[in-house]
Design a protein around this ligand. Structure first.
Ligand code: IDP
Ligand code: MG
Length: 160
């Protein structure tokens, strides 16, 4: 799949990363995308999108019984989000580390939430919590044909 012989296709994961409406409104889109680019993951899909309520409810369906669920749906649908599919070996867990803890006040400095946010209800970015959910979420947020199949010329400089 890449020039590196030891990287097999089955170990390549995809994570659904989304800049939430507060991140878009606060002008943090470039900064957040930069962190994943600089780390060395591969961008396979990207769009600005106004999320309908039913999609937000499906995406967060595991949280539907939480008291904050209605507020969460209102937040996610309150303005455009930036939807991204990022690919790489270990991208799911690594993206969660780059993003930081759910509560930005507990997120380490150097993480996106640790550097750029103060409250759980306005934590600027989403990242899939498992490779299976990465697949599920990318299928949920992107239509057929919206992802790009491409290889970066930088891959041999990132993976031996
Ligand atoms: P995660 O985004 O770090 O994976 P989850 O527990 O999966 O965190 O929660 C999903 C999203 O729901 C959070 O990112 C945040 O936007 C929202 N959320 C979680 N807990 C609370 C809360 O206690 N109050 C308000 N919003 C919350
Ligand atoms: Mg989660």
């Amino acid at each position: 799949r890449v020039s590196a012989g030891r990287i097999v296709a089955s170990s390549v994961e995809q994570s659904y990363i989304m800049i939430k409406p507060d991140g878009v409104q606060r002008g943090l889109v470039g900064e957040i995308i930069s962190r994943f680019e600089k780390k060395g993951f591969l961008l396979k899909g990207l769009k600005l999108f106004q999320c309908p309520k039913d999609l937000a409810q499906e995406h967060y369906k595991d949280l539907k019984d939480k008291p904050f669920f209605p507020g969460l749906i209102e937040y996610i649908t309150s303005g455009p989000v930036v939807c991204m599919a990022w690919e790489g070996v270990g991208v799911v867990a690594s993206a969660r580390k780059l993003i930081g803890a759910t509560n930005p006040l507990q997120a380490e400095p150097g993480t996106i939430r640790g550097d750029l946010a103060v409250q759980t209800g306005r934590n600027v970015v989403h990242g899939s919590d498992s490779p299976d959910n990465g697949k599920r979420e990318i299928a949920l947020w992107f239509k057929e044909g919206e992802l790009c199949e491409w290889e970066s010329v930088l891959t041999p400089w990132l993976i031996e």
